[in-house]
Design a protein. Structure first.
Length: 131
């Protein structure tokens, strides 16, 4: 828990951003359905479970810039998103978007820290995870 497990880069033009990161860094992308306005960024090879093969490496995404999500976001692994959001609130942060299911994978959420930075939370799906 507490490890950085994902990153997200906002874009006004997602195709332009994908082309840039692909050409400069060799990243591959999985473009999700248009209504999601999101592409998964494969920055490092993964095993059959979707875990990066290189220790410490992470993959990310490109999303349509808008609302509170205007700058890059790093995502932090937690055991319980709801409990983490409660603690964040108690310590001066605020929820930007509460827990949202990523079917078959887990849940994510966004929060703003006391310094105004928007960050992400990730909770893996598992036998004890809430439905």
């Amino acid at each position: 828990m507490g490890a950085v497990v994902h990153f997200e880069v906002p874009a006004d033009d997602e195709e332009r951003a994908r082309n840039f990161y692909s050409a400069v860094f060799g990243w591959d992308f999985q473009v999700l359905p248009p209504e999601m306005e999101y592409s998964l960024a494969m920055t490092t090879p993964m095993n059959e479970k979707g875990v990066p093969l290189e220790p410490g490496a992470i993959n990310g995404g490109i999303f349509r810039r808008g609302g509170d999500l205007k700058t890059p976001v790093i995502t932090i692994d937690v055991a319980d998103i709801d409990a983490a959001l409660e603690q964040i609130s108690r310590l001066g942060g605020e929820t930007v978007r509460g827990r949202m299911e990523v079917p078959g994978s887990g849940w994510n959420a966004y929060f703003r820290d006391p310094e105004g930075n928007v960050m992400g939370l990730w909770q893996n799906a598992g036998p004890t995870a809430p439905a």
